[in-house]
Design a protein around this ligand. Structure first.
Ligand code: FEO
Length: 393
């Protein structure tokens, strides 16, 4: 794809990656992704903001043919999907200087072995003049690495944000047109890499809300010509109060744990509590992560394998623990064959979660009426807890 104009003397460059299905060898990308770079041409100097994944550096280099000289390269984030093609850009423009934060400098040297003398560090709110355009650097740490920053061009009222506000969608829509699709993709990305840094994101949003912004240009996905849309979505996701939602990741080996999960889900529905169950044998972990953004309660449903939880539950609990969702309550339900330490093992696994533990329910073999009654009581208890939080009337 050729460069595309997004504003006066500012162009999109990059690669739309329809084939990529997994990020960081972990995160499912059902809709592919894009790596966006931007060319900002001032009357005196030209800057490239971010680059592309190194696997697609040749595409970027072809797009740069015939654009003239690049004086400055802005590295907003050192992770390789944005910085990885910078060495090739520097080969072509050996006089160019890379601008980044002090932490970004260390990371670029570590990850790309860039020569130290090619890098200049910037302070928060520092300006770099391109002549009739200005690059203003705004520190926005922990979205999702410590060095991340945004770049504001006041003359065009554009904010370049790298991963912040990004969405993994391979789309030729330069600007967001299908808001519901983008909202889900952006939420998936937020859930998977940014959710643990909610308090930093709050501060970052407060900083960028001081700016007059007509366009937010992230380095993944389409651009936001209605910036309020994605800022407001983020504000909902980072809010302290969760939704009236119980998320139940589970596995069932012979059907007993599944019966327990489905009984609990039905009982919660009778109490007006929304429940989402995820069979980890088949689910897309990104969907589970999206639900964890809003969950007030997490119930883990596990059978027992050699007295411990099923390995898929270990994996999901490790992930939930790392993502630090804002859930307030948690518990474990499940069936076992002859003995179990599943509850104790899961408790060790989720120590990061600041949750009140509701009494677990485990049963030997197929659940009888006493277990189903206990699940009804758990549903009632959850509803009461949600009422106390003010999220259920
Ligand atoms: Fe899109 Fe943190 O890389």
């Amino acid at each position: 794809m050729k460069p595309r104009t997004i504003s006066d003397n500012i162009s999109w460059l990059g690669f739309i990656d329809r084939d990529r299905r997994l990020f960081d060898s972990l995160i499912p990308l059902p809709d592919g992704t894009s790596y966006n770079a931007y060319l900002v041409k001032g009357s005196e100097k030209t800057a490239l903001i971010d680059s592309v994944d190194p696997a697609h550096a040749d595409t970027l280099m072809e797009q740069l043919e015939g654009i003239g000289k690049i004086d400055f390269i802005v590295s907003q984030h050192a992770e390789q999907d944005h910085s990885g093609a910078i060495p090739k850009v520097l080969e072509k423009y050996p006089d160019a200087i890379v601008f980044t934060t002090p932490k970004g400098k260390d990371l670029l040297i570590d990850h790309l072995h860039l020569p130290e003398d090619k890098i200049r560090t910037v302070q928060n709110n520092e300006n770099l003049s391109l002549g009739d355009k200005t690059l203003q650097f705004i520190y926005t740490p922990w979205v999702h690495w410590p060095e991340t920053m945004c770049t504001y061009v006041p003359e065009n009222r554009i904010l370049f944000t790298c991963d912040f506000f990004g969405s993994h969608i391979a789309s030729t829509d330069l600007f967001v047109r299908d808001k519901s699709k983008v909202a889900e993709a952006a939420k998936r990305y937020y859930a998977e890499i940014m959710m643990p840094f909610r308090s930093a994101i709050k501060k970052n949003i407060a900083a960028i809300e001081q700016l007059d912004i007509d366009l937010i240009a992230p380095s993944h996905g389409s651009l936001y010509d209605e910036p309020r849309f994605i800022i407001d979505e983020y504000k909902t996701w980072i809010a302290d109060t969760p939704g009236n939602l119980v998320v139940i990741p589970y596995i069932s080996m012979h059907g007993s744990t599944r019966v327990m999960v489905e009984h609990l889900v039905a009982s919660l529905a009778e109490h007006g509590v929304t429940a989402q169950q995820f069979d980890l044998a088949v689910t897309d972990l990104g969907k589970l992560a999206i639900s964890l953004v809003d969950a007030a309660t997490i119930i883990i449903g596990t059978p027992t394998v050699h007295v411990a939880p099923h390995p898929a539950i270990f994996y999901a609990s490790f992930l939930a623990n790392a993502l630090r969702p804002k859930a307030k309550f948690a518990s474990v339900i499940g069936s076992y064959g002859w003995s179990t330490k599943a509850v104790e093992k899961i408790a060790e696994q989720i120590s990061n979660l600041r949750v009140e533990i509701l009494t677990p329910i485990v049963c030997k073999g197929f659940p009888g009426n006493n277990i189903l009654d206990a699940l009804d009581e758990m549903a009632q208890r959850i509803a009461e807890k949600h009422k106390e939080l003010g999220i259920l009337q």
